[in-house]
Design a protein around this ligand. Structure first.
Ligand SMILES: Nc1ccn([C@@H]2O[C@H](COP(=O)(O)O)[C@@H](O)[C@H]2O)c(=O)n1
Ligand code: CDI
Length: 162
C-alpha cells in the first residue's frame, strides 16, 4: 500500500466560475488559476502522485502549457487515474477537506463525492469530502482564497505495484 498527502491553495477573484470537485458552485467569485483551479481535485491529484512518488500536477500538467489553459481538472484527474492503473494500483480511500469561509459547501458535497468516486471507479463510501471555515481568520477567513488538503491510500492491484 502507498499513502500520499496533497495540499493546494487558489485565490478567489471576480469573473471566474467556482468549480470544486467538478461541481459548479453558485457564488459571486471563483478560483483563479491556469486551469479551472479546482483546488479540491488538485489536492487529491497531488496526494495520488505523492503516494506514487511521481511529483505533482505542476510537473505533469505545466502551467506554461496552453493545453491546460482553463482546462477541466476532472479531465486531468482522469489522466492521473490512468497512471495509477498503469502503475498497478487502485484507490483504497480518499479523505479531503476544503477550507473556505464562504459559500456554504455542504449542499454540494454529495455531488463532489459522486464525481470523484466515478473517476476513481470506487463506491462513494470510500470518498470523503469535508468543509470547514477558518473561523474568519487568515486568507480563507477574509475570503481571499481557498485551501484544500487530501490524504489518499492506494492499494496494489497486481504484482506490478511497488
Ligand atoms: N465553506 C463551508 C465551511 C463549512 N461548512 C460546514 O459548516 C460546518 C461548520 O463549519 P466550522 O468551520 O464552523 O467548523 C462544517 O462542519 C461544514 O459542514 C460548509 O458547508 N461550507
Ligand atoms: C493545474 C495547473 C495546470 O496547468 O494549473 P493551475 O490551475 O494554476 O493549478 P496549480 O495548483 O497552481 O498547479 C498546477 C498547474 O500546472
Amino acid at each position: 500500500m502507498r499513502i500520499g498527502i496533497g495540499y493546494d491553495v487558489h485565490q478567489l477573484v471576480e469573473g471566474r466560475k467556482l468549480i470544486l470537485g467538478g461541481v459548479e458552485v453558485p457564488y459571486e467569485r471563483g478560483l483563479l488559476g491556469h486551469s479551472d483551479a479546482d483546488v479540491l481535485i488538485h489536492a487529491i491529484e497531488d496526494a495520488i502522485l505523492g503516494a506514487l512518488a511521481l511529483g505533482d500536477i505542476g510537473k505533469l500538467f505545466p502551467d506554461t502549457d496552453p493545453a491546460y489553459k482553463d482546462a477541466s481538472s476532472m479531465g486531468m484527474f482522469k489522466k492521473v487515474m490512468a497512471i495509477v492503473k498503469d502503475e498497478g494500483y487502485a484507490v483504497g480511500n480518499i479523505d479531503a477537506t476544503v477550507i473556505a469561509q464562504k459559500p456554504k459547501l455542504a449542499p454540494y458535497i454529495p455531488a463532489m463525492r459522486e464525481n470523484i468516486a466515478a473517476v476513481c471507479e470506487k463506491d462513494v463510501s470510500a470518498i470523503s469530502v469535508k468543509a470547514t471555515t477558518s473561523e474568519k481568520m487568515g486568507y480563507e477567513g477574509r475570503g481571499e482564497g481557498m485551501t484544500a488538503m487530501a490524504v489518499v491510500l492506494l492499494e496494489p492491484t497486481e504484482k506490478k505495484g511497488r
